[in-house]
Design a protein around this ligand. Structure first.
Ligand code: 5RP
Length: 223
C-alpha cells in the first residue's frame, strides 16, 4: 500500500472520534487534507485552523472557521506529525505551522495524531528539528544552536503565517524530548521548537498495510 492510502486511512479513522457540535482544532499537512475532506458540513460547531492553508481548506468545505480567541474551549485537536516516538511525543513543523499547532495542541482537551507507519521512530531526531524564529534573531539563534552541537539550516524563501522564519536543526538524536524542547525554547528569538515533548498526543492512529493501529497515551483520558 502506498503512503497516500495509509495517510488517508488514518485520517478517516480519526473522523469517528469527532464529537458532534464540538469546537475542533484542525492541524496542517497532507494527512489533514484527507481528514478535512471527510468532515461533514454542520457536524462541528466550528473549527480553529492551525494555518492559513488549513483555513482555506475548511472554508472550501463549508466548515465554520473560528479564531482561537473566539473559540475559548477546543474539545479536540487533530493533526499529523513528521515523527512519533513510543511515548507519543512528536516532531512537527515540516509544513512550517509548528507554533500554531503547538498552541492548539496545548489548548485542546484531547489531541489525536494521525500518521502513516513510516513516521514511527524509537527516538525523535532523524527528521531535523524545525525552529520558528523571529527573523532579526535568525543568525543569533543559529549561533546558539551551533554552540549546543546542532547544525541549523535556514529554510530560505519561507515565511510562516506568523511572519517568522524557520531553522531546521540537523544532527541531534533527541533522548529527552521535554528537556530538548525546554532548552531550545529558552533561546531568545526562538518562538517555537518542533519537538512536542510536554504536550504529546493522547491518541495515535497509524495507517499500516494491516489496517489502522491505535495507541493510547497514559493520560487518563477516556476514549
Ligand atoms: C506541519 C506539520 C505536519 O503535521 C507534518 O509535517 C506532517 O505532514 P504530512 O501529513 O504532510 O505528512 O507538522 O507543520
Amino acid at each position: 500500500m502506498d503512503l497516500i492510502s495509509l495517510k488517508r486511512a488514518a485520517a478517516e479513522a480519526a473522523l469517528a472520534y469527532v464529537p458532534k457540535g464540538c469546537v475542533l482544532g484542525v492541524g496542517t499537512g497532507s494527512t489533514m487534507i484527507y481528514f478535512i475532506r471527510g468532515l461533514k458540513r454542520g457536524w462541528v460547531r466550528g473549527a480553529v485552523p492551525s494555518s492559513k492553508g488549513t483555513e482555506r481548506a475548511l472554508r472550501k468545505r463549508g466548515i465554520r472557521v473560528l479564531d482561537l480567541n473566539q473559540a475559548k474551549k477546543v474539545r479536540l485537536y487533530v493533526d499529523g506529525a513528521d515523527e512519533v516516538n513510543p511515548s507519543l511525543q512528536l516532531m512537527k513543523g515540516g509544513g512550517g505551522a509548528l507554533t500554531r499547532e503547538k498552541i492548539l495542541a496545548s489548548a485542546a482537551k484531547k489531541f489525536i495524531c494521525i500518521v502513516d507507519g513510516s513516521k514511527l521512530v524509537k527516538r525523535l531526531g532523524k527528521f531535523p528539528i524545525p525552529l520558528e524564529v523571529v527573523p532579526m534573531a535568525r543568525d543569533q539563534v543559529a549561533r546558539e544552536v551551533r554552540k549546543m552541537g546542532g547544525r541549523p539550516v535556514w529554510r530560505r524563501d519561507f515565511v510562516t503565517d506568523n511572519g517568522g522564519e524557520i531553522l531546521d536543526v540537523h544532527g541531534w538524536k533527541v533522548a529527552d524530548p521535554v528537556r530538548m524542547e525546554r532548552r531550545l525554547e529558552a533561546i531568545p528569538g526562538v518562538i517555537c521548537a518542533g519537538v512536542f515533548g510536554k504536550r504529546r498526543a493522547d491518541l495515535l492512529l497509524v495507517g499500516t498495510p494491516q489496517g489502522v493501529e491505535k495507541f493510547i497515551s497514559v493520560t487518563g483520558i477516556r476514549w
